[in-house]
Design a protein around this ligand. Structure first.
Ligand SMILES: Cc1cc2nc3c(=O)[nH]c(=O)nc-3n(C[C@H](O)[C@H](O)[C@H](O)COP(=O)(O)O)c2cc1C
Length: 207
């Protein structure tokens, strides 16, 4: 039975007038920075508008996740448990990170550390993930992305390889309302989202 508003995958052999509803692919986005005018937070909002048909992006606020404390790792704070649950439920993740001092800001690294424990609540293994970054510099956050990819190895996540989306000179590509005005950047983001959703779909229903 088709669900109203949902795209159809194929016609059933014995029910030619109905089609099988395709499962919606749910992507969880997080990152950005604590800065009010963050270009990386704006990137997540842009991505939400560019999601492929049959998928949606929910942006999770990580600003309330406290600094990871190993003493509390067997009994994480409520905000961390909610974040773990949201990741577990999502079919894939989209992370938008700034670059600080040639690496991942502590703010972003902290949420991976905090959510990875206790081991039985670690939602990361096997989770598809794609990366975005924007910086005012000429490498667009590339070094932060490569450092995060190293974290994904230990967490056993499945990163999307290409395209790499590094928004360089971000202050020239967003307008004063923090809307991305660069069509080439938008096209790259569209391709990255398409690849993330395709991978998430494949891993959700391998057949
Ligand atoms: C502490 C600090 C370190 C930074 N280091 C880098 C850097 O290594 N590479 C870079 O491209 N930009 C660097 N920047 C500039 C950021 O790219 C710029 O502030 C960007 O707007 C941050 O992302 P946001 O807009 O999401 O807050 C740095 C900024 C700060 C505040």
């Amino acid at each position: 039975m088709a669900i109203a508003g949902e795209p159809c995958l194929s016609l059933r052999f014995n029910e030619p007038k109905e089609c099988v509803a395709m499962a919606m692919i749910n992507i969880l986005g997080f990152g950005g920075s604590r800065r009010k005018g963050s270009y990386n937070s704006a990137l997540l909002r842009t991505a939400a508008q560019l999601m492929p048909d049959g998928s949606r992006l929910e942006i999770h606020d990580i600003s309330n996740i406290p600094m990871f404390d190993p003493e509390q790792s067997s009994n994480p704070p409520r905000t961390v448990m909610d974040f773990q649950d949201a990741i577990r439920k999502a079919d894939g993740l989209l992370v938008a990170t700034p670059e600080y001092n040639y690496s991942v800001p502590g703010y972003i690294k902290n949420v991976f550390d905090a959510a990875s424990l206790p081991a039985e609540r670690n939602p990361f293994p096997g989770k598809p993930v794609a990366l975005l970054s924007a910086s005012t510099g000429m490498l667009g956050g590339a070094r932060a992305q490569y450092h995060l990819r190293q974290v994904f190895v230990f967490l056993d996540m499945i990163p999307v390889g290409r395209p790499e989306v590094f928004i360089t000179f971000a202050n020239q590509k967003f307008n004063e309302n923090l809307e991305l005005r660069d069509e080439n950047s938008k096209e790259l983001i569209r391709k990255l989202l398409f690849n993330l959703v395709s991978l998430s779909k494949k891993l959700k229903s391998p057949d």
